[in-house]
Design a protein around this ligand. Structure first.
Ligand code: ZN
Length: 107
């Protein structure tokens, strides 16, 4: 390696072939990192040998998008957040599977 003392030091971005950073290539790099992370963390769900609807359910549970009353209300699709079974508290995924007295009797 030969050093050229007449050249100025420059910043180099290794996330793009052009070696130049722009907001666009930075965003693309970030999305690629995130997809890899999600594939690594949640990819096992899709490789399970179970029914496809159970895979989808587990994915929803892992991503906190079970259509509970709280989820539907926060997405402007529900009238309130109250549990439709016990009418005691906010219905979120945790309440449905562990906290609701009515639902727990079904498990
Ligand atoms: Zn309940």
């Amino acid at each position: 390696m030969t050093l050229h003392h007449s050249l100025l030091d420059v910043w180099v971005w290794n996330g793009a072939l052009s070696r130049r950073y722009t907001a666009c290539v930075g965003y693309e790099w970030l999305l690629a990192q995130e997809d890899g992370f999600h594939d690594l963390v949640w990819g096992w769900i899709w490789r399970l040998r179970i029914l496809e609807n159970l895979k989808f359910f587990l994915w929803q549970l892992a991503h906190e998008c079970i259509p509970s009353a709280q989820f539907l209300f926060s997405h402007h699709m529900g009238l309130d957040t109250l549990c439709q079974c016990c009418h005691k508290t906010i219905e979120d995924a945790f309440h449905i599977f562990f906290g609701c007295d009515v639902a727990v009797t079904l498990w």
